[in-house]
Design a protein around this ligand. Structure first.
Ligand SMILES: Nc1ncnc2c1ncn2[C@@H]1O[C@H](COP(=O)(O)OP(=O)(O)OP(=O)(O)O)[C@@H](O)[C@H]1O
Length: 663
């Protein structure tokens, strides 16, 4: 993309004053000045009055106006944290909870974990003195399992509500109920950067909305004149164009996923080799959700003096976060979106155009510390054609996890539950049936004891939780913990091939690295394994091992008896089994879909007669991935159990019999 093709639509610019490298007190002064300069600062009094007057408040403000960092501090100062009460702030993403809490602790000049802390899955920094608690929406939902009325909170703020993650949607409904049931008052604040305040106001019966006007810094917006045929190539060119022509400042590039990011990372490195020495000072850094937290945090460190960092990100960096130094944003205009078809039990992962709200959020990342520029790799006319916002996740995801949590919260009538946007009936029925077959629900659709309770306590997909519970009985819990950790970390498995399938291959990758005497990075490099993902898997392993030990499980190993382990996999993943057809394709037994083994599976060539799989996904074709070869007779054993379960299953609790089509 040539410079001439970029078009500016915002001319009004303000420059960021140069920041002095400061001693602690001048840093404190700088922070105080910064806080005063935020658009929300002049609204403190009005906001507090509005919260005092209204039990539910919808706050809408532009990105960067200071909602997330300032409002909790205003509430603290106004006395909402007296008598040990807390203000809880939820974020859709863990990286946001983490970095915002760090920033607010810095603004308050306190160590993280005391007055200000964060809590995300497997990582809780809060203490008994924490008053402002940043957390993921999923974490608060889990907290409700232990303390139904969320009694320690005086205020709960649901931030970035417009993202409409499934956990946010469930919280919106749950908090309505909690508010009604609580004796001590609970203030509820819904915050959103954009648009649909109306939806939330209506949902809460005409709740009051409050608008914070203005933003701190302008962002110049540029579009291409013509559509780009290859956005990766266009992104690469734009990075180097900014690097050679624009003033100092870091670059944030939005791409779609890990593989793409890693390939752009390599391409940037390669291109740099062809530049003169003094123009090579460009440091590519990746951030995506499968990256371990501490590696994600690298993008927040300043670039070495004289260098420019270029952060290659998925939509993980789209909302809430401030990456210091970013002045330029490059927006590919696309995102990888997951949708789930409950009838086929199939996930589809498509690269689709972003919504207007997402494009605005992306641009907003350039104007956090000073004036910025945002380069969209598509024409302006295409921006206007984008959807306003993304479809709520609850309408396009597998509901089994969320329904299990609602059941564990004592909410039995899922169909009648007051969702802001109701999931389809078929998605609910499918999830209930799946949970029943996995042993989490009784025949009357109640939480089964203890299996359902244990599954609800484990922060994993229900099928993984079931695999762990069964593995405890099959004496292969150690192996299953590794498998679940490797599957959750989406680790690569090149080079190590077990003829039995991907799960066993994962096991050998994990174990061989542990045995090797070399350092992990070197070992991974020699063996073509992604070291980032493997490290992530090790973290997850440690954490879930802690969970199952707390539940009283004894982590034992089946040694070399992999038959037991494979039988255990079959008994857990029986709903995800596929049988080879005459023509070499497979038929997924649950849905009847014709599917193919993904080329990255170690079983791609050997094509065994019968397999269980972890993923069924539509990309260019319908693929199954993460497979293990099983004996069809083992499935027959599971089928007998299922038939028995189904005959006992009280389908009237769903008011439908369509669950029977499952078996
Ligand atoms: N970690 C950080 N480091 C440096 N500055 C930060 C950090 N977090 C926030 N800020 C500053 O505070 C400003 C306000 O951030 P805040 O997150 O409160 O805004 P917001 O209105 O909630 O925006 P958004 O809707 O985009 O989350 C940012 O624009 C930035 O200048």
């Amino acid at each position: 993309m040539a410079q001439g093709e970029l078009k500016s639509s915002v001319l009004n610019r303000k420059r960021n004053p140069k920041s002095p490298v400061a001693s602690r007190s001048s840093k404190r002064q700088k922070i105080a000045e910064h806080r005063k300069s935020l658009p929300i600062a002049s609204e403190e009094e009005h906001l507090i009055k509005a919260v005092q007057k209204n039990d539910i408040l919808i706050i809408v403000g532009e990105t960067g106006s200071g909602k997330t960092t300032q409002l909790p501090q205003f509430l603290f100062n106004a006395g909402f944290c007296r008598e040990g009460k807390m203000v809880g702030i939820t974020q859709p993403r863990r990286i946001a909870a983490l970095t915002i809490a760090k920033r607010v602790a810095e603004e308050c000049d306190v160590p993280l974990g005391q007055k200000v802390g964060y809590a995300v899955r497997f990582d809780d920094t809060t203490s008994s003195s924490t008053r402002l608690k940043y957390m993921t929406d999923g974490f608060l939902l889990r907290e409700a399992l232990v303390d139904r009325l969320l009694s320690r909170y005086s205020v709960i703020i649901i931030d970035e509500a417009h993202e409409r993650t499934v956990h946010t949607d469930v919280l919106l409904a749950l908090l309505k109920k909690v508010q009604r049931e609580r004796i001590s008052p609970l203030k509820l604040i819904i915050m959103s950067a954009s648009l649909d305040a109306r939806v939330f106001c209506d949902y809460y019966g005409g709740a009051k909305d409050f608008h914070v006007e203005g933003r701190q810094f302008d962002v110049d917006i540029f579009y291409t004149v013509h559509p780009e045929t290859d956005y990766v190539d266009a992104a690469l060119n734009t990075i180097f164009q900014i690097h050679s022509e624009e003033e100092e400042g870091d670059i944030l590039v939005f791409l779609t996923g890990q593989e793409e990011i890693e390939s752009v990372e390599r391409l940037v490195q390669e291109k740099l080799q062809h530049l003169p020495e003094d123009e090579r000072k460009l440091l590519p850094l990746a951030i995506f959700s499968a990256l371990p937290s501490e590696q994600q945090m690298r993008v927040f460190a300043p670039a070495p003096i004289g260098s420019r960092k270029v952060v290659l990100a998925t939509n993980i960096a789209e909302t809430s976060i401030t990456i210091p130094g970013i002045r330029y944003v490059v927006d590919s205009g696309v995102v990888k979106a997951r949708t789930y078809d409950p009838n086929k039990g199939m996930e589809t992962l498509d690269v689709v155009p972003v919504s207007k709200a997402q494009a605005i959020q992306r641009s907003g990342r350039a104007g956090r510390e000073g004036y910025g520029k945002s380069f969209h790799l598509y024409p302006e006319r295409d921006f206007w054609k984008l959807e306003d916002s993304t479809k709520p996740e609850i309408k396009r995801c597998n509901l089994s996890n969320v329904i299990l949590q609602l059941k564990a919260l004592g909410i039995d009538d899922i169909v009648g539950f007051d969702f802001i946007d109701k999931p389809s009936r078929s998605a609910i029925v499918k999830a209930l049936a799946e949970l029943h077959l996995l042993g989490a629900l009784t025949d009357d659709c109640k939480l089964a004891k203890p299996a359902g309770e244990q599954m609800a306590r484990l922060p994993l997909k229900p099928v993984y939780s079931r695999a762990l519970i069964l593995a405890n009985q099959f004496n292969c819990l150690e192996e299953m913990l590794i498998t679940v950790a490797m599957l959750s970390a989406r680790t690569s498995r090149n080079h190590f091939v077990s003829v039995e399938g991907d799960h066993l291959t994962y096991l050998s990758v994990y174990r061989d690295e542990a045995k090797a005497e070399k350092n992990m990075r070197k070992w991974c490099k020699d063996n073509f394994v992604n070291s980032r993902s493997l490290k992530h898997a090790r973290d997850i392993y440690r954490q879930i091992r802690g969970n199952v030990e707390q539940m009283g499980f004894n982590v034992s190993s089946c040694g070399d008896d992999m038959l037991e382990y494979r039988k255990c996999l079959a008994a857990s993943f029986f709903l995800k089994a596929a049988q080879r057809q005459m023509d070499g394709t497979y038929r997924a037994l649950e849905s009847g879909e014709i599917v193919h083994i993904h080329p990255s599976s170690v079983l791609f060539r050997s094509k065994p007669e019968c397999v269980i799989f972890d993923e069924l996904m539509q990309t260019s074709q319908k693929y199954i991935n993460n497979l293990t070869r099983i004996d069809p007779l083992w499935l027959a054993e599971s089928a007998l159990i299922i038939t028995k379960q189904m005959s006992d299953f009280n389908a009237s609790c769903l008011n439908t019999t369509s669950v029977l089509s499952l078996v």
